[in-house]
Design a protein around this ligand. Sequence first.
Ligand SMILES: Nc1ncnc2c1ncn2[C@@H]1O[C@H](COP(=O)(O)OP(=O)(O)O)[C@@H](O)[C@H]1O
Ligand SMILES: [Mg+2]
Length: 276
Amino acid sequence: MDEGIILPGSGADIAGISVSLQGVTKIYDSGVAALGQLDLKVRKGEFVALVGPSGCGKSTALRIIAGLSAPTSGEVRVSYHGEEGRPGQGISGQAIGFVFQEPTLMPWTSVRENVRLPLKLARVAAAQADARVEEALQRVGLLEFAKSYPRELSGGMKMRVSLARALVTDPDILLMDEPFAALDEITRFRLNNDLLALWRNLRKTVIFVTHSVFESVYLSQRVVVMTSRPGRIAAEISVTALEPRGEEFRTSAAYTDYCRKVSAALAPSYSGRSAL
Ligand SMILES: Nc1ncnc2c1ncn2[C@@H]1O[C@H](COP(=O)(O)OP(=O)(O)O)[C@@H](O)[C@H]1O
Ligand SMILES: [Mg+2]
């Protein structure tokens, strides 16, 4: 009689799913309703972009997935290293890598020590940590700057350090909150390409928040468009494009078409707001 019934928390319904949000809402103590009934499933190894107007709850959603903030209602489940779990329960802080808009580096110490921090916190043995730090720096192309200090680096390089720090624990899931928003366009394009190359090699699940329609389409396999606050999903647009993506895709008619679709899905969220 019980056949087919899926118990909450059994994990049986999220085979192949890395992150699952069901009916997630968030009302802050201040009374601000940030998220309203957010439903989102992200497959293992998928690259999803989350776009929406400022203040619609994108950062809130990422913090909830990371277990840094509790939802007011709804169910959040993440799967990592082959195990099922809920954020904040059993996550050692290593299963999920988080990259913020600000690189948030420690200014008083070297690039190498900044990248090593999560391993120190996880008490990884020194020899093993050394190897992992070198590998992470290599991946982001910063090995020769290991001894430099953050003040000696450009904005793009600081962001690479931040990315290396998120990758050093070899997380299954990478959450990125508008990481390239403050960079100039050329640096941003370069980091977009490098991030795609990393994703192709490592096949991590990536949830990438951006308010750039162009960036969301260029990077992701699926663009999830959110409504204005309280954020819900307004539309999902699958982006199927020839791999590997590069300048050819960025200048193609298909790319423009996808961007137009995402913009159209976003438009109602901006109606009634001042253009400024
Ligand atoms: N810690 C908090 N306490 C109270 N309100 C918050 C907090 N964090 C965010 N908010 C509010 O929740 C809404 C969504 O914020 P946020 O998730 O940062 O949006 P986004 O990242 O899409 O710009 C905003 O109105 C913001 O002011
Ligand atoms: Mg935000």
